[in-house]
Design a protein around this ligand. Sequence first.
Ligand code: NAD
Length: 339
Amino acid sequence: MKAKVLVTGGTGYIGSHTIIDLIESGYDVICADNGINSDRSSLIAVKEITGVSVPYFHVDLCDKNASEAIFMQHPDISGVIHFAALKAVGESVEKPVLYFRNNLESLINVIDLSIKYNVKSFIFSSSCTVYGDVTQSPVDESTPLMEAASPYGRTKQVGEQIIMDCMKNSDTKSILLRYFNPAGAHPSGLLGESPSNPPQNLVPVITETAIGKRNKMTVFGNDYPTRDGSCIRDYIHVCDLARAHTLALQYVFDGKQNIQTEVFNIGIGNGLTVLEIIKAFEKVSGVALQYEIGGRRAGDIMAIFSDHTKAKQLLGWEPKYGVDDIMSTAWTWEKNRSK
Ligand SMILES: NC(=O)c1ccc[n+]([C@@H]2O[C@H](COP(=O)([O-])OP(=O)(O)OC[C@H]3O[C@@H](n4cnc5c(N)ncnc54)[C@H](O)[C@@H]3O)[C@@H](O)[C@H]2O)c1
């Protein structure tokens, strides 16, 4: 029998790509989302790509009773991948209460239910933001966590702690995946990032500018002490990231995890500046991007990129896609969704 996996935040960007990887790896998937930053069109794309119609629960995971109804209907859920969260760093600076309430209440409910319904494997969407304003990169999982640079980052730091405390004496094993900067789209051109709120991440802002949805874009700061003055990040293709979730689940199901909570960095392993990313896009698309240099943005740190040796060694995970693939798939997706 196929193992059943609940994907929360599953109509969102990373969740929907992960659902495809799970289905292609033989899992039975159900999805829960409240549509605050996505809609069900991503599940239509999932069906086109995989042929599978994924059961969908329209639920605010801050509502414990509504969330429990999913587990009551599917008491055989053996894995949970918890993506559901608000994720805009800038918005979290303006609305910290919204971020703490939404991201932590939903997390606590999903943990509580996972333990109650004997879920074996719980995977959490953490983020490199937990490392805070680091002074050196690459960072590995033993790099000490600094003060979070935003309330969003703090929801991930606190979320990790809550998971470790709650899972300690339970039968549920958890994995914290610290993503770096997910970007790109499914190679089919049928699925990609399609947020309900205006995107703040660099790559969708670039493609929206290139297609004319925005007149021009802003590079936030060119006075950082980096090679060209703009911030450095580690861009990881969303399909590589999706794969890491399936491997993490499998790691627990195969009995390979000996401790209650394990942590992995999921990034490409080197850094590119914002201006280098813009150039990479221009090269792949042939479009000259309209951009201006603005001031630094609240909550942004200068530079961070990953050491992903641990994920490679223990999960057998390795990124397959590079920056050109990120740009070409993101650009194809933008052109398709704008039709
Ligand atoms: N995209 C990134 O740059 C990035 C980087 C690091 C970590 N993450 C984390 O990965 C996860 C997924 O990110 P994404 O890029 O796919 O974002 P996304 O906004 O596309 O997906 C998140 C989904 O969660 C849903 N959601 C939010 N609050 C909910 C609630 N209370 N109940 C039910 N559904 C709710 C939203 O509607 C959305 O579909 C998030 O936890 C995010 O913090 C994202």
